[in-house]
Ligand binder design. Structure first.
Ligand code: FE2
Length: 435
């Protein structure tokens, strides 16, 4: 039994609280996995003290949209040469034939470690359930259990090929919920017909109510300005009252709607109070592929949704898979791209983009009771090598310390450059030249 007051004590960190705009310089005491005290100075002792003077202490990053089942498969069995969403779906269909539980688990855990090392401690992953053995889903449910001591993972039952494109797919989706998926997914714009798409959204809502699950639908991920399933999702959310339990992911077609329709829709969306997830790295890469010039950005109306007070978060979506061959799982890369693609360069907008990879994602995942650096809550927090949110995004700051459930999970030393100057270079050259 330790006589020390705290297990871990962070000294003089710049704490980013959920309810305040400005950071404050504080000490944070952690005991038994929880935040035990926050004060300008804590005089008690601790088993371990970390001096984090002047560095940003933030709630962890929240990855609200990723596909862990396909992560780290880029180039298998072939590269996506067209760069389109639909060639990606074809290639994944080929790769899916060789999936095993061990294969999915190994890649998912490797990706989660990569994410955690960069400050992500909450993840919502989609699992493709358009496959007769439900291998991806079963694997990710096992991973959810195996990582729970250091990472919170939600799993979405995601019917990648559509609920009605094959006779067995509807039953597979329901089976995935029986097996324990946290969230029901859909992909209405990829159903065979508009009618099937509408029917699929209704089915997702029925299942969510029957099994008491959250909803996260890949919705209108296409540049087609006639892809209008978002209005169906909003209508279902209004009629069922499910509201904030519902998320529309991607909604890239919203960026192509005419303004008369978009303005009308925005009013319905406000009534619905659903969440939105944009994936700027992937949206800017996959969309606009059928355009010549002008070429669309292919991202939803993030700034306008945010201005209307709707909850928007950013996801990474893909890490080295058939849809996106790059990425490391770093959410500051995502926020950085979001600022560019959505043109959110005002300071409140930059802060909003930081929120979109932290607290807004927590709201989408319904983590609010456990999220945030506050006395009594689980001690999940990160220390970034940055003075504030703007600095963190601008330099994609390293997560110096990642603390999960009160334990130091990962630490990373910031890179440093030794400036030698031209005189040093000349001296080195002279020393190296033959005598
Ligand atoms: Fe996705």
């Amino acid at each position: 039994m330790s006589l020390k007051t705290y297990d871990l004590l962070l000294r003089r960190g710049k704490l980013l609280r959920l309810t305040q705009l400005d950071v404050e310089l504080v000490d944070i005491g952690i005991k038994n996995g929880n935040v035990a005290a926050i004060a300008p100075t804590l005089n008690e002792s601790a088993e371990v003290e970390l001096d984090v003077s002047g560095q940003l202490v933030s709630p962890p990053f929240v990855e609200s949209h990723i596909h862990l089942d396909s992560a780290l498969t880029a180039g298998e069995p072939r590269w996506n040469e067209s760069g389109t969403l639909f060639e990606g779906i074809q290639i994944w269909g080929e790769r899916k034939a060789s999936l095993t539980v061990e294969d999915v688990k190994a890649r998912a855990i490797a990706t989660l470690k990569q994410q955690a090392a960069q400050g992500v401690l909450f993840v919502r992953s989609h699992a493709d359930v358009s496959e007769s053995q439900l291998i991806a889903l079963k694997a990710l449910l096992e991973v959810r259990e195996e990582v729970k001591d250091w990472m919170t993972l939600q799993v979405v039952a995601f019917p990648q090929d559509g609920i009605y494109s094959k006779p067995e797919n509807e039953a597979l989706l329901e089976e995935a919920l029986k097996l324990g998926a946290d969230v029901v997914g859909g992909i209405p714009h990829y159903e065979l017909t508009r009618e099937d798409g509408v029917r699929s959204v209704h089915r997702v809502f029925e299942l969510a109510q029957q099994y008491d699950r959250l909803i996260d639908i890949h919705c209108d991920e296409i540049d087609d300005d006639q892809s209008r399933f978002l209005e169906v999702v909003a209508a279902c959310a209004i009629r069922t009252g499910l509201g904030s339990r519902v998320t529309a992911s991607h909604t890239t077609a919203f960026g192509s709607y005419n303004n008369a329709y978009a303005y009308k829709l925005m009013g319905f969306l406000q009534r619905s109070q659903i969440n939105f997830i944009a994936n700027p790295l992937i949206n800017i890469t996959l969309q606009g592929r059928t355009d010549t010039y002008p070429k669309r950005r292919g991202v939803t109306r993030v700034k306008e949704l945010w201005q209307q007070g709707l909850n928007v978060s950013f996801g990474h979506d893909c890490v080295q898979d058939p849809w996106y061959s790059l990425g490391t799982g770093n959410m500051l890369d995502v926020a950085f791209m979001g600022i560019h693609v959505c043109q959110m360069t005002g300071m409140p907008e930059i802060h909003a983009c930081y929120d979109m990879v932290t607290r807004n994602g927590a709201k989408t995942l319904h983590l609010e009771s456990e999220y945030g650096v506050e006395v009594g809550k689980p001690a999940n927090l990160i220390v970034l090598d940055a003075s504030d949110r703007y600095d963190a995004i601008r330099r994609r700051a390293v997560a110096r310390y990642v603390i999960s459930q009160g334990k130091l999970l990962a630490r990373t030393a910031p890179t440093s450059t030794e400036w030698l100057g031209s005189e040093s270079l000349a001296a080195t050259m002279a020393a190296a030249s033959p005598k």
